[in-house]
Design a protein around this ligand. Structure first.
Ligand code: SF4
Ligand code: SF4
Length: 442
């Protein structure tokens, strides 16, 4: 049985019914904390959806606004004592909005195109190259006419993203051998945005796994995992991508111990494939099998016991919890413990480390005003730590916080945990610790 509209609505009703309206989630919600509006809180959003389903209100612009302004950060799930699956409620409700005629046609088209470009490596590379040539006209930002079509508001357009780390757009080899006694065989998800903007991070991930006795397979036919689509309510496109990815991993799945992910948003969705394809007779079991093998890179290293690190990094660092790691996958301790094993590292905690930075998939593009407020708060907390390096396990957070650090002119580097681990494992002659570009002023 496929996911029929009726099945999805029944699932939405069952999930919203679990909310007892206690309000314990309110203080955890970044958009409620910023605005103080009940309709921009988890409880308020669930109440609106429930009221629409009960026929008390229409599925109108107010409901759409409440859903659009939600970060999907799932901090409310962490706070909720009743186990309300808010992330799933949001995805199901957004799918209803996108399936209807509520959104202005131009905005709908612009948002669909944005996801098409972001999740197609060829189109993304082309767009970024075109953006570089047009820099004299756009100042390195998204053209304001496009930014306005996407968000419906007038605000400073976001910067166009740049490749993180040194230019290194080589694809991963299909097989990379373990560099010490072989302990495991793992597969890695090269990702769509990751392979264009974070290829250097992908290569660092492979080297860290090799140093830990893992043979690494990077299946060539694997494309986008569908995370951005399911979060945006583009349900049918998302399901198509889930199935294609399952098909691509199928030839390898029995021979690998884990599918290692270095992007929090992708990992969180892959873990949920089993549940998201629950109603699909052809894919249900295969999806569950794949989901059971998914591990975040830090989680995997903690699970197998990390090899000894040899190089010192004498720096004070602070860790920003990506929402889809901390709230989506409940992974908080493993990255911190791993980073603390690097000789010389001093880890200091920032305030509100697990509060969303405003990146949230495409939120910083579609909701630029709230996203900018959240980024400003995150940068303040980073400054308070005095750290010289910020570490985070999600590419979206990394690029967005990096933009905030640059705009503030701060001399603070930001990188993925694997970049520090890669340096800690590498022979000193293999190169300098790089991470991302550091700003000249500060
Ligand atoms: S989502 Fe959970 S915490 Fe929030 S009001 Fe409902 S039951 Fe309470
Ligand atoms: S997902 Fe985040 S922004 Fe949305 S209601 Fe929950 S806590 Fe608030």
């Amino acid at each position: 049985m496929e996911n029929s509209a009726g099945t999805l609505l029944a699932e939405l009703d069952r999930k919203t019914d679990r909310c007892i309206r206690c309000g314990f989630c309110l203080d955890a919600c970044p958009t409620f904390r910023l605005t103080g509006q009940e309709t921009l809180s988890p409880r308020g959003r669930i109440y609106l959806v429930r009221s629409w389903r009960e026929g008390v209100i229409k599925l109108d612009n107010n409901v759409m606004h409440a859903l659009d302004t939600c970060l999907g950060c799932r901090a409310c799930e962490t706070a909720c004592p009743s186990g309300v699956e808010y992330g799933s409620i949001l995805e199901l409700a957004r799918a209803q909005v996108e399936a209807g005629n509520l959104r202005a046609p131009l905005q709908k088209l612009a948002r669909q195109q944005l996801l098409r470009v972001l999740t197609n490596p060829g189109a993304l590379s082309f767009t970024l190259t075109a953006g570089r040539y047009a820099k004299a006209f756009t100042n390195g930002r998204m053209p304001s006419i496009i930014a306005h079509a996407l968000s419906g508001v007038t605000a400073t357009p976001p910067m166009l993203p740049q490749a993180h780390g040194s230019a290194n757009d080589r694809p991963l080899p299909e097989r990379s051998p373990a560099l010490t006694a072989k302990r495991h065989t793992v597969a890695i998800l090269e990702g769509c945005v990751m392979r264009v903007l974070f290829a250097a991070t992908n290569h660092a991930t492979v080297r860290v796994l090799q140093a830990n006795g893992c043979e690494v397979i990077a299946p060539k036919s694997v494309q986008c995992c569908g995370a951005l689509h399911i979060h945006a309510g583009q349900h049918e496109e998302a399901l198509g991508k889930f199935k294609a990815l399952i098909d691509s991993f199928e030839p390898y799945i029995d021979g690998i111990d884990a599918i290692v992910i270095n992007s929090a948003g992708c990992g969180s969705t892959l873990r949920e494939y089993g549940a998201l394809l629950e109603h699909d007779d052809d894919y249900r079991d295969r999806a569950k099998k794949l989901s059971a093998k998914v591990r975040d890179i830090c989680e995997w290293l903690a699970e197998i016991g990390p090899a000894k690190m040899v190089n010192e990094i004498n720096e004070t660092i602070s860790y920003h919890d990506a929402c889809h790691l901390a709230h989506g996958q409940k992974i908080r301790e493993q990255p911190r413990l791993l980073l603390q094993q690097i000789p010389g590292i001093q880890l200091v905690e920032m305030q509100e480390a697990d509060t969303c930075c405003g990146s949230a998939g495409t939120y910083n593009i579609t909701q630029p005003i709230l996203a900018a407020q959240l980024l400003a708060r995150k940068i303040e907390h980073i400054q308070e730590t005095g750290a010289t390096t910020i570490v985070t396990g999600n590419p979206g957070c990394l690029a967005w916080i990096e933009q905030g650090l640059k705009e503030k002119g701060l001399r603070v580097r930001i990188c993925h945990p694997v970049e520090l681990l890669d340096y800690a494992y590498s022979h000193p002659s293999q190169g300098e610790l790089e991470g991302t570009e550091t700003n000249a002023v500060g």
